[in-house]
Write a protein that binds this ligand. Structure first.
Ligand code: EPU
Length: 293
């Protein structure tokens, strides 16, 4: 039986992807698959690989720029994996759990450790995969272990030190199914106040109300990428509806109908100016899913 037949119940054909990203840019997926639980996600991931496919994994669609052409690679969306279980002092969080919601719930429950990550969109799996964070910490600080499905269909449990975490990056060998967090305890009022304060600071410097992919580039040695773009005089540069934010230079905002091509043009403009005028080679923090041309 083909994988399309076996997973027909969780497959949608010709699925529009733009609405599933924070940037609101994207095309249509020929095969969009939404596993019901971790077991099915593991089976699907293995079966796709066995069939010679190279699936892409979509979480909360943050920090991700999807081409507005068509997509032939199967796309696995983990949004239905939303279990949350307390196990003593640790918390098991399924890969599809919305992170904004988790931060709010944990602060209210008096569980500390992720309040510094308030305002980061995305789902638990993606947050872990890219070691999301900012000025007030990063997710690896509270990770106890990560459960991963390998392309061969194995279920691996990796301790924090086996995940290859570094600044905005990891080296996880497959699909994240579940993340186990080691959280502390604190006063709910104080945790909520801290999260609110961080959000306020972010809201003052970042264009949080306009669709975007978050920070486009990892900060290079010695300078914030946003400040670099600012110093290069590129804030406000516009191609179609894509614009380098006037508020924060590391954001490219979608003012309405921004295309993939216009957004990539701006990314490349920043990269070439940083290289030619400052001798800085920027690393993209965002993921990019181009369509076959
Ligand atoms: N700055 C400018 N001009 C700008 C933007 C920033 O001069 O257009 C200056 C600021 O004034 C400040 C410095 O650059 O002195 C740093 O800026 P900011 O505090 O905004 O921090 P950042 O390094 O740009 C990082 C993360 C953000 C995270 C914030 C706050 C990276 C690449 N970015 O930004 O993460 O929200 O700290 O914690 O690590 C993301 O990863 O998507 C993201 C937005």
């Amino acid at each position: 039986m083909s994988w399309r037949a076996r997973f027909a119940e969780i497959r949608t054909g010709n699925r529009e992807l733009a609405e599933l990203t924070t940037w609101k840019i994207g095309g249509r997926a020929r095969d969009f698959l939404e596993p019901e639980d971790a077991e099915q996600a593991l089976a699907l991931f293995a079966e796709l690989h066995a069939a010679g496919e190279e699936p892409l994994v979509l979480g909360g669609g943050a920090n991700l720029l999807i081409d507005d052409g068509g997509h032939e690679r199967p796309i696995i969306h983990l949004g239905r994996l939303r279990d949350l279980d307390e196990e003593g002092e640790t918390l098991r969080v399924a890969a599809g759990y919305p992170f904004l919601k988790l931060v709010g719930e944990m602060s209210r429950a008096g569980r500390s450790g992720i309040e510094g990550l308030a305002g980061i969109p995305g789902q638990m799996g993606g947050i872990c995969r890219m070691n999301a964070g900012g000025r007030w910490g990063e997710i690896r600080d509270v990770i106890d272990r990560v459960v991963v499905a390998t392309p061969e269909g194995e279920r691996l449990v990796l301790g924090r030190d086996e995940c290859g975490f570094s600044y905005r990056s990891s080296a996880l060998p497959g699909l994240v199914l579940e993340v186990v967090l080691a959280l502390g305890r604190g006063d709910p009022g104080a945790l909520r106040a801290r999260a609110a304060e961080y959000l306020k600071i972010k809201g003052a410097s970042q264009p949080l109300k306009i669709p975007s992919g978050g920070c486009c580039f990892a900060n290079p040695e010695g300078i914030s990428a946003g400040q670099l773009v600012d110093e290069l005089g590129l804030k406000g540069e516009r191609r179609g509806d894509a614009q380098i934010s006037e508020q924060h230079g590391n954001f490219i905002v979608n003012l309405g109908q921004a295309s993939f091509a216009d957004t990539v043009t701006l990314l490349e403009l920043v990269e070439s100016e940083a290289l030619s005028r400052r001798d800085i080679r920027l690393r993209r923090e965002i993921g990019i899913w181009p369509s076959p041309r």
